[in-house]
Ligand binder design. Structure first.
Ligand SMILES: C[S@@+](CC[C@H](N)C(=O)[O-])C[C@H]1O[C@@H](n2cnc3c(N)ncnc32)[C@H](O)[C@@H]1O
Length: 250
């Protein structure tokens, strides 16, 4: 109760179940993401912000691109490093709100709504600025994120949904929403006979208009925006966007 939520909290708590819950269901998304990002990387090097257990970074590295990563969670990075090829990636532990690395990258990317893990507008702008400093002049910044849909929450700005009901386990998603701060505080609650596990995640969401403004503040400009990795036109009925910004001068 009352434990502090830090940049590492989400990754540290979810690491034990992340691959089991995520890798299988998102196999197709991962393959599509890798094909899209490989095409953007122009040979690399590439940098993934919030690299996690390497879902996208490892297959991207297998295409021959040099992949670097940043992640706040040592528990996630430990799992990445233990995988085949994981120790060959250059991973720093820290926040991607601001960072300073030696190389310049032809591709910097964030997938899976990971950008929204930065909980204030100031941190999100700072991230765009750090990205801009680390791109080659013709480099690109790619982001996969959801399009906010505040109708998901009830009149009290809450939401409880059932993810699964099995004979021996129930999984619930619970959220509270602060529309003024564009914040949601959520917990995945896994109830098994005799035990309850909580997996907290907090985000600050942003609409694409605000992301474009952050990009502009950082000296980047929108190059393309799609609804999915197959370059379906945006907007669509899906609630995802894939945006690609590039230095305004390129
Ligand atoms: C949803 S996971 C995505 C992991 C991986 N990119 C994937 O697609 O499977 C988000 C990752 O971002 C990391 N993360 C969240 N906030 C962060 C921050 N401020 N700085 C660095 N990493 C952060 C978490 O530790 C976690 O590994």
């Amino acid at each position: 109760m009352g434990e502090r939520y830090t940049d590492a909290t989400y990754g540290d708590s979810v690491a034990e179940i992340y691959d089991e819950r995520i890798l299988g269901p998102f196999e197709e998304d991962t393959a599509d993401a890798v094909a899209f990002l490989e095409g953007l990387a122009g040979g690399g090097p590439a940098l993934e912000l919030g690299i996690g257990t390497g879902r996208v970074a490892l297959p991207l590295a297998e295409t021959g691109i040099e992949v670097h990563g940043i992640d706040a969670s040592e528990a996630m990075v430990e799992r990445l490093v233990a995988k085949p090829g994981g120790s060959e990636l250059r991973v720093s532990v820290g926040s991607f709100a601001d960072f300073s690395l030696e190389p310049r990258f032809s591709l910097i990317y964030l997938v899976f709504n990971t950008f929204f893990g930065l909980l204030t507008q100031a941190e999100q702008v700072s991230c765009f600025e750090a990205v801009a400093r680390h791109l080659t002049p013709d480099g690109v910044f790619a982001m996969q994120a959801f399009v906010p849909d505040v109708t998901r929450f009830d009149a009290h700005n809450q939401r409880v949904s059932v993810e699964s009901v099995d004979v021996d386990q129930v999984t619930l998603e619970t959220s509270s929403h602060d529309p003024f701060a564009q914040r949601t505080d959520s917990q995945t609650v896994i109830i098994r006979d005799g035990s309850v596990r909580l997996y907290p995640v907090r985000i600050r969401y942003a609409y694409v208009s605000e992301l474009d403004l952050m990009a502009r503040i950082a000296g980047l400009t929108l190059r393309e925006r799609w609804s999915d990795w197959h370059r379906s036109s945006y907007p669509s009925r899906g609630w995802t966007h894939i945006s690609v910004w590039t230095p305004a001068t390129s």
